[in-house]
Write a protein that binds this ligand. Structure first.
Ligand code: MN
Length: 285
């Protein structure tokens, strides 16, 4: 199932090129959710509501997806986790830039996971406002897992049970000396979307071809089978420090090919099993 948020905080199911309104389910779920819950009530309720949402979508008239405004798929993530240096070829390209050996760079096991500010999240219909156009701003193509339920110290073999679905993501980055969490948390620097594909539709998250283009020119092309920490290991590792909550986003790392993004550029991140996230960078007003 492809679940989207759209227009004025509506919930939709995407079937083909149509979005079917299931906002009534969202209203009911939110009404009975505790205010002090951690994470997103709708994502948490999906297992229980899945069949009803399916039925509602089939009964609801469709509206062309191109005619709606797509919002980030999760309304209330409790956090945005991200994996640094999780593809060998990306570590090698960053090492080459600095004239150092790839082995001199800290791998993910030493660097750990970092957090991006929730306020940096933006959906398909937003823009990436480049706040420091005089500095090097780059795209990082990433598969993003959406956590489905609360868990901590999750075992490797159970890890996929904690994923509600997947979307495409851009870990936009200002290069420089500040802490990662600062440089990668500029407003609009975490585009996610275009919707969330539920985990049951992804046969193997560690075998997903991914591709990024800037203005139609391919810059990054890889497969999640190149991940150093695969999807299960990422969940196990992150949850050895954090408690994960439903709706948490998990950026899984970027392959090689990162390159500059300038005002006016259209950036597209795509995976056949998920869809295409396409968003424009603009100069911050
Ligand atoms: Mn990244």
């Amino acid at each position: 199932m492809r679940l989207c948020r759209y227009d004025d905080d509506r919930l939709g199911v995407v079937i083909g090129d149509q979005v079917h309104d299931v906002t009534a389910a969202q209203d009911e779920i939110r009404k009975s959710a505790r205010y002090d819950m951690m994470g997103d009530a709708v994502i948490a309720a999906l297992p229980e509501w899945r069949a009803r949402i399916d039925a509602m979508a089939k009964a609801a008239p469709g509206k062309p997806i191109a005619s709606v405004k797509l919002l980030p798929p999760v309304a209330r993530p409790s956090k945005v986790m991200a994996a640094p240096t999780n593809y060998k070829a990306h570590i090698a390209e960053m090492a080459a830039r600095q004239g150092t050996a790839p082995e001199a760079h800290r791998g993910i096991s030493a660097a750990g996971i970092f957090l991006k500010a929730n306020s940096s999240i933006v959906g398909q219909s937003g823009v990436i406002p480049l706040r420091f156009p005089d500095r090097l701003n780059e795209h990082e193509l990433e598969i993003v897992a959406v956590i489905g339920k609360t868990g901590t110290n999750i075992r490797y073999e159970d890890a996929l049970d904690y994923i509600a679905g997947y979307c495409m993501g851009l870990d936009m980055t200002v290069r420089g000396k500040e802490d990662r969490s600062f440089r990668k948390s500029v407003d609009g620097y975490s585009p996610v979307g275009p919707w969330m594909v539920t985990a049951d539709e992804i046969a193997d998250p560690d075998k997903l071809p991914i591709e990024l283009t800037v203005n139609g020119v391919t810059k990054q092309k890889s497969n999640t089978d190149n991940l150093i920490y695969d999807m299960r290991k990422l969940i196990e590792f992150a949850s050895s420090f954090y408690t994960l909550h439903p709706g948490d986003y998990f950026f899984t790392g970027t392959p090689e090919g990162v390159s500059p993004v300038k005002p006016g550029d259209w950036v597209s991140a795509a995976c056949p099993a998920i869809g295409e996230l396409k968003i424009q960078a603009v100069a911050q007003a």
